[in-house]
Design a protein around this ligand. Sequence first.
Ligand code: UD1
Ligand code: CA
Length: 481
Amino acid sequence: MSDQNLAIIVLAAGQGTRMKSATPKLLHPLAGSPVVGHVLRTARALDAAHVLAVVRHERDRVAETIEAELPGTTIVDQDEIPGTGRAVEQAVAALPADFAGEVLVLNGDVPLLDADTLAAFLAQHRDTGSAASVLSAIYDDPHGYGRIVRGPAGGFDRIVEQKDASEVERAIPEINAGIYAFGAAALRDQLANLTTENAQGEKYLTDVIQLLREAGSEVEAVPVAEPWLVAGINDRAQLSETAARLNALIVRGWQLNGVTIEDPATTWIDLAVTIEPDTTIRPGTQLKGATTIATGAIVGPDTTLVDCEIGAGAHVKRTDGTLAVIGAGAEVGPFAYLRPGTVLGDGGKIGTFVETKNAEIGRGSKVPHLSYIGDTRIGEQSNVGAGSITANYDGVNKHRTEIGSHVRTGSHGVFVAPVTIGDGVYTGAGTVVRKDVPAGALAVNVAPQRNIEGWVTTHRAGTAAAQAAEAAGTAAATDAE
Ligand code: UD1
Ligand code: CA
């Protein structure tokens, strides 16, 4: 049952100029979801009756992402009047007229603020019965933020913006995090009194706080436990700092869940990844998207997996994989490139310098060395010789290669698709398989070898090769005596 007395407004209209990006700031990825997705995940966890997001800059792209991340969010378009106050005013206008609960204002670019912190903030706001509560933080370097000015008894007095702050006020380390809880009625009353008569010509949400104070209402400022919880993303330096902080939390979470992570600093794990206990993640590994790792698996070092499924006890080292499924006890790498549609059966192997794509490789089958296997199905317990290629592309269309079970193909084979190789087939080394091979046959098509005796001595006289050949000939003659 959702909190009928809670409405959440996510501010997402800002321009994000300092990112210097064609991609809207809120859509930059962080642990596998867009920045604003993290805020919406928190909003979802708070289970509010109403979630609204205010958009303007890159409106369509931002709105589409928001609707995908949290279906049911009400998109509110901010008009040409700028400022956080205007954004909230328009969102409140989109709430049911009789909504009389609390309005929580979140920033779309503050992704690490978690639902527990916000739930505690909201509970405190409700307990004190204040007209408004402001989330604050103590910063080592508060430059640029609005400061929380407290009275002699320590209670909240007002917010002063950086540019309006006196020397003494600029020394205050407690900043306005830009996250607020309001009583809906008090908020509605004061939004109506906002003007754009200030230096920036904007409607400031912070003026609502000021107006409430002037009207004699109580306002609280509540500091968060850790300043990074309310860190905003304005530029790419802050994006990477926030990503590192979030990653450290994710890594620690998996460690406490029974995953050995040898080097947290070089291991990056997206939020949607799942890892079973008693697994080992070795240094330099990125686990992305909806990747899952089953118990006993060892992944890394130097491995990137996107939306992959790694079976129990599998070993995947120095591998780049996307949308691949690796069976239990299978071995992959080092230096394997798994492209979408790779499915390796239990106990199978995709070895060194092997590229696979749309390749189903059955239980116990092996492609150990230097191969390209694409648009192919291989049965069980087959072995593909070193340096084999499925020639799947005729320059216009892609074709399939079917290889049966218990097949042994020789080294340096080429399978010119479409082609079918039956169960139990052997192929000779260097065979270019152009025709189907029936079960149990040996396929060979390399021309018989001819050795022209003495060719080097006559045609390459005086070279080191000729001398070596002569010495070998003498030795052979001596041996024969
Ligand atoms: C604001 C606060 C400041 C606080 C800081 C915390 C005011 C006047 N000041 O400053 O006290 O320390 O946040 O980060 O509010 N937005 C809209 N529509 C707009 C303008 C902004 O939706 O017209 C959104 C932005 O996308 C952003 C948020 O509101 O998510 C904050 O706006 P921003 O311009 O960054 O506020 P600051 O000037 O940094
Ligand atoms: Ca800001």
